[in-house]
Design a protein around this ligand. Structure first.
Ligand code: GA4
Length: 326
């Protein structure tokens, strides 16, 4: 192990330990205020006491690891991700690439798991348990947001995720260890590569959990990047573009990315629930957040229209710009 490897790791650790990522304890009575503050400042926060049973999490993680360790020819049977299924390096349909393999699934369990695994029923039932527990947490958070924003109808946001027609997505990402370990050790393990390029999430809310590996970074208001210290026992919440619009710009959808250090020897595995509304839902600011004569900052659009526009964009595009009123 070279000296530069040690220095490199130490500097990553120190930038992570100094992070000021907002922390929300869902069991504490003041959490609604902290959530609102975090969504205004960062569009991002970490959650503890989330209530998702650890055995649901470990079951999905082990199912994911066994899927991603299948021979490539087997995994490819579940692809390409157009948009659902197995994807490798290609993200979306417009030329974005990253050092990542993934499975993108609809949360209504309509995916044909027989294409995917030898024990599809086990995977399907683990997903069902996991997604309903994570959706419950997401709804609790959306209700706390509504409380914190003094919105009378507590479920104004959460009802969109609970709707039978909710267009939510589940994503399993597998970031392989450095592909050129030998080369990396020759040059001291320095440098990094893009796992998942910078972007904002189009939906309302994203709920992310990863194993204990680094990589996730968020962009702050001044455009600088902060590394998020990994914590496999907690969840990380992202405000999505739709929530930015529904709060008339009060909450900001967070730009984030995954950057992999070239000396990473463990795969990063993340699981993300993207809570979206029904396709026909109009994405407009909640009435009480459009004060007096102040108008919506955005043109009116449905989730279907926004999603269609998102899917024809590049990952790093500012997708909301197209809908901003000048
Ligand atoms: C970002 C959030 C979710 O992962 C996702 C992504 C989707 C994809 O991977 O197919 C998109 C991306 C995401 C935004 C713009 C488009 C669509 C890739 C891409 C270039 C599943 C989603 O809903 O939007």
């Amino acid at each position: 192990m070279s000296v530069s490897y040690i220095l490199d790791s130490a500097s990553i650790l120190s930038s992570e330990s100094q992070s000021n990522i907002p922390l929300v304890d869902l069991s504490k009575p003041d959490s609604r205020h902290l959530i609102v503050k975090a969504c205004e400042e960062f569009g991002f926060f970490k959650v503890v006491n989330h209530g998702v049973p650890p055995e649901f999490i470990s079951e999905i993680e082990s199912q994911a690891l066994s899927f991603f360790s299948l021979p490539m020819s087997d995994k490819e049977k579940a692809g390409p991700a157009d948009p659902f299924g197995y994807g490798n390096k290609n993200i979306g349909a417009n030329g974005d690439v990253g050092s990542v393999e993934y499975l993108l699934l609809k949360t209504d369990h309509s995916f044909n798991f027989h294409k995917l695994l030898q024990t599809p029923e086990k995977f399907r039932s683990a997903l069902k348990d996991y997604i309903s527990a994570v959706r419950k947490m997401a709804c609790e958070i959306l209700e706390l947001m509504a409380d914190g924003l003094k919105i009378q109808q507590r479920n104004a946001l959460s009802k969109l995720l609970m709707d039978e027609q909710s267009d939510s997505v589940f994503r399993l990402n597998y970031y392989p260890p450095c592909p050129m370990l030998d080369e990396a050790s020759v040059n001291g393990g320095e440098g990094s590569r893009i796992g998942f390029g910078e972007h904002t999430d189009p939906q309302i809310i994203s709920v992310l959990r990863s194993n204990n590996t680094s990589g996730l970074q968020i962009s702050t208001r001044d455009g600088s990047w902060i590394s998020v210290p990994p914590d496999h026992t907690s969840y990380f919440i992202n405000v999505g573009d739709s929530l930015q619009v529904m709060t008339n710009g009060r909450f900001r959808s967070v730009r984030h990315r995954v950057l992999l250090a070239n000396n990473n020897w463990r795969p990063r595995v993340s699981m993300i629930y993207f809570g979206g509304p029904p396709l026909s839902e109009k994405i407009i600011p909640l009435p009480s957040l459009v004060k007096g004569k102040e108008e919506s900052l955005y043109e009116e659009f449905t989730w279907f229209e926004y999603k269609s526009s998102a899917y024809s964009s590049r990952l790093s595009d500012n997708r909301l710009e197209l809908f901003q009123r000048i």
